[in-house]
Design a protein around this ligand. Structure first.
Ligand SMILES: NC(=O)c1ccc[n+]([C@@H]2O[C@H](COP(=O)([O-])OP(=O)(O)OC[C@H]3O[C@@H](n4cnc5c(N)ncnc54)[C@H](OP(=O)(O)O)[C@@H]3O)[C@@H](O)[C@H]2O)c1
Length: 267
């Protein structure tokens, strides 16, 4: 299936690791020009090398702190100087976990800065470029936890619920411009950061934090939140769906919150 992404100008926030990196790789393999944004230079440079090898000779890594409005504006200004317009924005930034009684005001503000406001600021900065393109799509990474609450994700989930509301609202306001906007709602996905954060906890229970079946076993035992497929997901599985949503091939999906969760809705 031709997604119509060849030559498209695309930007992926959080594109140097995890699901953002997987999305960037799919876009590059489809022949898109890809700008990845993150803080760490080393991971950005390594990602750009991989994207160029995958089929995106114009790939670029932009150092951005998505908590900083000026940094976000500067990154999109650079894309404007480079490409003049933007077909695709994929925003994958999200905050950390925490239980209600562990979080003070600063933690809540950080959660909303990363979970909601970084998307608002990215779309605000990208909008003139998206409007300047002949076609445009936006995808924002929400989370399945907005539909199935977890006590360890209280501020995280609140910020993602707000983000999803913004995505749905933008889908309405940008429909007359032909700009399609969707939220992607991953379930439990085995990324390197996920594995790193939980490897000690898993080790005490004789489980492997990098194994999708062990991850789902632990989630089921700990939170009683299994998935029908019996395993956690992989970054590529989220990236394929995202690439479709932001492609020209997607002509009619907008304002949706699409689950990629191995079947968790009714369990
Ligand atoms: N993994 C899951 O199970 C899961 C489930 C549901 C939803 N999600 C959501 O999916 C998204 C991606 O998750 P992931 O696990 O793939 O992430 P990840 O592997 O931790 O990667 C995060 C990316 O964001 C960048 N980043 C982090 N803080 C940043 C900041 N302040 N400014 C700029 N860049 C920043 C990181 O690079 P630097 O650190 O170098 O900046 C990295 O490129 C997140 O929104 C997450 O909430 C994840």
């Amino acid at each position: 299936m031709d997604l119509g992404l060849t030559g498209a100008a695309t930007a992926v926030t959080g594109g140097s690791k995890g699901m953002g990196r997987a999305v960037a790789e799919v876009l590059a393999a489809e022949g898109a020009r890809v700008a990845v944004m993150a803080r760490g230079r080393e991971a950005l440079d390594e990602t750009v090398d991989a994207l160029r090898a995958a089929g995106s000779p114009d790939a670029v890594g932009l150092g951005v702190d998505m908590r900083d409005p000026a940094s976000i504006a500067a990154a999109f200004a650079e894309i404007g100087d480079r490409w003049g317009s933007l077909n695709v924005l994929v925003h994958t930034i999200g905050p950390g976990a925490g239980r209600f009684e562990q979080l003070d005001d600063a933690d809540w503000e950080e959660a909303f800065a990363l979970g909601t406001m970084s998307a608002v600021r990215a779309v605000r900065a990208a909008l003139p470029l998206l409007r300047a393109a002949s076609w445009a799509r936006v995808a924002m990474f929400s989370a399945h936890s907005i539909q199935r609450q977890s006590p360890i994700l209280v501020a995280y989930t609140a910020s993602k619920a707000a983000l999803t509301s913004v995505a749905k609202n933008l889908a309405k306001s940008l429909a007359p411009d032909g700009i399609l906007v969707n939220a992607v709602c991953p379930g439990s996905i085995v990324t390197a950061s996920f594995t790193e954060n939980l490897k000690d906890v898993f080790a005490t229970e004789g489980l492997d934090a990098g194994d999708p079946y062990d991850v789902m076993r632990w989630i089921d035992q700990t939170f009683h939140q299994p998935a029908d497929l019996g395993r956690a997901g992989l970054p590529d599985e989220v990236a394929s769906l995202t690439a479709y949503l932001v492609s020209q091939r997607n002509g009619y999906v907008t304002g949706a919150c699409v689950n990629v969760d191995g079947g968790s809705d009714f369990v």
